[in-house]
Design a protein around this ligand. Structure first.
Ligand code: HEC
Length: 114
């Protein structure tokens, strides 16, 4: 019985680090090469993310993002091919590169860009 309890505790402890890892922020999802890697194509204003020379996609800045609005931003990230079938931007939602909650955080990040 004591061994069983120890085993259960050990299993719970082993499962903890993954469960407790904080979810990546919108900024992290935007930059990380294993997530959105949006910085491969887009620049953001100084201080809002890593400085790059990427120019495959337009530079993203806050005023334009807020003009587009959250619904349009979400639609672009989910599936930019709906608006432009020839785009090189990946359909992050349709291809499940990012999940719904991650897309929400990326949209928060875009909406708050300087
Ligand atoms: C492979 C290059 C590439 C990647 C990676 C990429 N995009 Fe794009 N993105 C583009 C291009 C090119 C456009 C221009 C519109 C088009 O092609 O339809 C665009 C357009 C946009 C727009 C609209 C900009 C405007 O002013 O109208 C937003 C917002 C955007 N991308 C956000 C993102 C986000 C967020 C990510 C990561 C989750 C991302 N992009 C990843 C290439 C990329």
């Amino acid at each position: 019985m004591r061994n069983l309890a120890a085993l259960v505790l050990a299993a719970a402890a082993a499962a903890l680090p993954a469960a407790a890892a904080p979810a990546p922020t919108g900024a992290e999802l935007f930059a990380r090469s294993d997530k959105g890697f949006c910085i491969a194509c887009h620049q953001v204003p100084k201080g809002a993310g890593p400085a790059t020379r990427s120019d495959l996609g337009p530079a993203l800045e806050g005023r334009r993002m807020r003009e587009l609005g959250r619904a349009a931003l979400r639609a672009i990230v989910v599936d930019p091919m709906r608006a432009n079938p020839g785009t090189v931007m990946p359909p992050y939602g349709r291809h499940r590169i990012l999940d719904d909650a991650e897309i929400d955080r990326v949209v928060d990040y875009l909406d708050a860009l300087p």
